[in-house]
Write a protein that binds this ligand. Sequence first.
Ligand SMILES: *Cc1c(COP(=O)(O)O)cnc(C)c1O
Length: 388
Amino acid sequence: MDAPFLPYGRQFLDEKDVQRVVEALRSEYLTTGPLVTAFEKDMAKACSASFGVAVCNGTAALHCAMYALEIHPGDEVIVPAMTFAATANAILYQGGTPVFADVLPTTLCLDPQHAQSLITSRTKAIIAMDYAGQPADYDELQALCSRYGLHLVADACHSLSGSYKGRPVGSLAELNVFSFHPVKPMTTGEGGMILTDSQELAARMRRLRNHGMDADFRQREEASAWEYDITDLGWNYRLTDIQCALGLSQLEKLPAATAWRRELAQEYATRLRPLAPHAVPLSVLPDRRSSWHLFVLRVDFQGLGLSKAAVFRQLRNEGIGVNVHYKPVHLHSFYRQRLGVGPGLCPVAEAAYEQLLTLPLHPAMSHSDIARVVNALTNTLAAYGMKP
Ligand SMILES: *Cc1c(COP(=O)(O)O)cnc(C)c1O
């Protein structure tokens, strides 16, 4: 009788995906092969970028980006407080200092004005994050970066297939970083990529992912050469051909998957209207398109006199996989201790955190799943004392 658990996000795979992976398993190269190059090319083409560099996950992609931009100890990089910790960690891996900026109340993306107020002589870069799939304010951020001579990086782990003023995500910053974790817009199991128009940065990141070597295994095989030089302290951040086969197949279906997410999101918006102003979906601005990675609701728990924890537990008990994205990074104990940050630093992000509730949204869901979630939410809020 119990309805199945509805996770907040989940991969969508079909038989074609399985077939492509099986073909890769039967091919000559399991890693460093032609499917890696093909996946990079197709991603770059889909996002109007010149070059793609595939790596083993989104965090590795962010780390490569920070290394390629030569972030060193003493350098500061501005990041939004409302993001996944990996955005800030990539800076710390290089010995740099993440500087947390607040977000805009409408989109929960980086606030360009607050970012500007944090620029010092040590600032080297800004990393924007496209919260829930909606691109950040790239024109304002690019103007800021040009003015102060900073690098602009997009943590686009949420927003693959989104766009900003008609320009696709992946072409909006100097380095554009993606994750292919199963909950993201498309998956390779684990995986990541950096898209860029800079041939030099792309070449550098290709070396970094492969121990800092200036020629990979296939290049040496094809040239019948054994020699290579090591030019950087690299890592093994390679993505396999098996994973790239899945990525190529997923990418073909991405437009249809995003269109379906958008339709489901519209249905959420319609069905949630009676809960306004107590519960309001995050707005998407008219000049941008979201990938609809997450469906985020802001619930005025405090105004309603409700416990967010109790509502959360009740929904989970009913099989509704609600979640919270995110507790602002500067509130976690590691960053407080390491960087001396804490509550009060980013008031908009901190206030939003009290209200945020991510509702399930992924391509395997149906219209009736949306109705089920909204009914459960409405009943739960009423049961815990919300008066319409
Ligand atoms: C998922 C995610 C990452 C990290 O990606 P992984 O592939 O899990 O390493 C980084 N930043 C943001 C905003 C993410 O959502």
